[in-house]
Design a protein around this ligand. Structure first.
Ligand SMILES: [Zn+2]
Length: 104
């Protein structure tokens, strides 16, 4: 298999994007609230977030939600700034926009 002959169907592109995101999946997050290990981690849509490669949302057993983001440092910082300002509502509206997620 050399170059892709097909012009990458949308399905392929989604699969590639998913694989790319999966590659950034953290093994675990540290809960911001109880400092416990968070292993229940789900990808969040980064649609509309320029410079962000991936966002992960971890649901801690204590009920706290912890986020991790990767991408350009500036964009990641802006993301966390927005998160601190607007809370989870901002993220919720992002994740509802377009893609479906397994268990949000
Ligand atoms: Zn916790």
């Amino acid at each position: 298999m050399g170059q892709a002959k097909l012009r990458g169907s949308q399905e392929q592109r989604i699969a590639q994007a998913r694989a790319k995101i999966e590659a950034t999946r953290p093994e675990k997050l540290v809960c911001n609230s109880c400092q416990g290990d968070v292993t229940d981690i789900h990808p969040v849509s980064t649609r509309g977030l320029r410079g962000i490669e991936a966002i992960w949302m971890g649901q801690c057993q204590c009920g706290h939600t912890t986020f991790a983001a990767s991408g350009e440092p500036k964009s990641v910082q802006a993301f966390f700034d927005a998160l601190a300002t607007e809370g989870e509502l901002a993220i919720g509206s992002q994740s509802q926009d377009g893609e479906k997620h397994e268990s949000l």
